[in-house]
Design a protein around this ligand. Structure first.
Ligand code: SAM
Length: 211
């Protein structure tokens, strides 16, 4: 389900002949109305027939509505509102995609940035993919992985016997990839377990410590 986070302005159903036309800069609850340029949303329009049955439009206050089931969220709000929403967004299902027109989420760096061609104002789209939560200690059959997670970035250590190797990596939703010394690990997080393969060959798996 795709969801656009902004208030859908009420339409006067009593007079269908007069189409409601919002005005640039008109009052919105927390953010004024400025439309996202067509150049930034033209691909969605092209795909309209294919996604219309999966897109939901709701007239709601974004701070009160439940958007936990959304798979894609588009928003054009303000930096301060993005930051207010950030904790709620980070609690969404891993893999949920968030696209923001022009405003970022400070320390949570976007996974991708795109600039629309043929567009003069508000032309940058940022994409974030909600990362799985992996912060903490994980047990491997022959070692212990301690991860420190900062949004989608991970660092930490892999301890095997007396050998401690630094770990660095990244999450893309539930997909995890990290290096530990020469080892290149790729895998998938599934709640309190994760598993995958090593680039050099072979499989790996880990369980959250204390489970
Ligand atoms: C910059 S406009 C973006 C309009 C449209 N989403 C787009 O991208 O073309 C911001 C919109 O957010 C709406 N808005 C402001 N505060 C809101 C809130 N608390 N809940 C839902 N929508 C809100 C405003 O009414 C306005 O339409």
């Amino acid at each position: 389900m795709a969801l656009s986070l902004s208030l859908i302005t009420a339409i006067g159903f009593a007079q269908p002949a007069k189409q409601y036309e919002p005005q640039v800069g008109q009052e919105g609850k927390d953010v004024v109305w400025v439309p996202t340029p067509q150049a930034l949303v033209a691909k969605r329009n092209a795909a309209k027939e294919g996604v219309s049955d999966r897109a939901t439009f709701a007239k709601a206050d974004l701070f009160e509505s439940d958007f936990s089931q959304a798979q894609v969220i588009t928003m054009f709000l303000l930096p301060s509102i993005n930051l207010k929403l950030r904790p709620k967004i980070l609690d969404l299902k891993p893999g949920t995609r968030i696209v923001s027109n022009s405003f970022d989420m400070e320390e949570w760096k976007p996974d991708e940035t795109a600039n629309a061609e043929g567009c003069s104002n508000w032309c940058t789209a940022y994409l974030w993919i909600v990362p799985a939560k992996v912060n903490g200690t994980w047990k491997l059959p022959n070692g212990e992985l301690t991860l420190k997670q900062t949004f989608q970035m991970i660092s930490g250590t892999l301890k095997s016997g007396n050998v401690v190797t630094p770990v660095n990596g990244k999450l893309n939703g539930e997909e995890i990839s990290f290096t530990a010394g020469e080892g290149q690990y790729n895998g998938r997080v599934n709640g309190n377990s994760m598993e995958g393969s090593l680039k050099s060959g072979g499989k790996w798996s880990a369980m959250r410590a204390g489970r």
